[in-house]
Write a protein that binds this ligand. Sequence first.
Ligand code: ADP
Ligand code: MG
Length: 378
Amino acid sequence: MGKLDVAILRYLTAEDFRVLTAVEMGMKNHELVPGSLVASIANLRHGGVYKLMKELCKHRLLTYERGKQYDGYRLTNAGYDYLALKALANRKVIASFGNQIGVGKESNIYIVADEEQNPICLKLHRLGRTCFRNVKDKRDYHAHRNRASWLYLSRISATKEFAYMKALYDRDFPVPRPIDFNRHCVVMELVRGGPLTRVTAVDDPEVLYDELMNLIVRLGNCGVIHGDFNEFNIMLDENGHPIIIDFPQMVSTSHPNAELYFDRDVRCVREFFKKRFGYESELYPRFSELEREDRLDADVECSGYKRSSQHDRDLLQELGIELGEESDESSSEEEFSQDHDASYSTHELDALREQVDASILNDETKPIGELISKTTEL
Ligand code: ADP
Ligand code: MG
């Protein structure tokens, strides 16, 4: 994984940003986006898109590749990272970039800082890439969802994580304060402390065990299961209290496999406590004992997750991901042709241009004030 060269952010002009966004939009329907299409949807007043694309290729934010049927541009990982980081910087959510502090299964975690130089945590979701390459090798697994899928999957994962984190935080669950998200990046409070997996001894395992099991039950009573409730996703704060992280895989207790996921979370805690602290208890929660008190699952579904087409569900299921649907994909149900030669109607081009404008506007707009209400109280 290449190190993020953040200095480049300073050199990205508004025009560069627009061109990258145009490629991003084009990638919804193209594995490689033809230059003419980029030029058309970037819609720069004075043209010059080819020159900008060449520069962006030099900085490896784009690549130009030869495809089977036609050649075109593709956003690189770095290109996608920069779009998100630049957007977060535009919104004044992050002001500087620090060290990488973690590599998760499907993410990279960095310390960044806001404008007051408070350290905060940035999670870059990295989904579906290796995964998808495997799929791809199985020979044109899915003609529709092409190599651009990692972009799509990472973004859904981040959107979903943010939505859950916010819903949990609003209900006073011990989770990092969610700050903002953009594309595949989630910005949140930096947890002081370390993951439980690094803890070799605790004062009273029974107290912590109870605290964790109570959390699983409280989540369940709100209608959700964490789904990956293990020592890597449980952090201990300075006072030894757990803080839960890592939410993209959360599921509703109405999910067909809910009991299975619930039992697995419970088992994770029991096995860890036995192995690490030599602590075992007869007491542990059962799925059948949950009592619905809240509809957190439904809230998250409503706030920004649309129904996805069966088509996308199938792909995601294949990749082992469960979810609703990302929020602002202005579901242009009219799929554009994969075929480069297809001529675009003015209507289609206008729609794409509008998407670019909407995306750029969104990237420049300060988010959702209520999100930070809990901090401003301090
Ligand atoms: P993944 O989905 O890839 O497993 P996680 O969200 O679990 O990613 O994060 C990976 C690691 O990064 C965690 O185990 C933890 O050590 C660190 N980390 C994640 N979020 C935070 C945070 N808000 N504050 C401090 N450290 C964090
Ligand atoms: Mg994790």
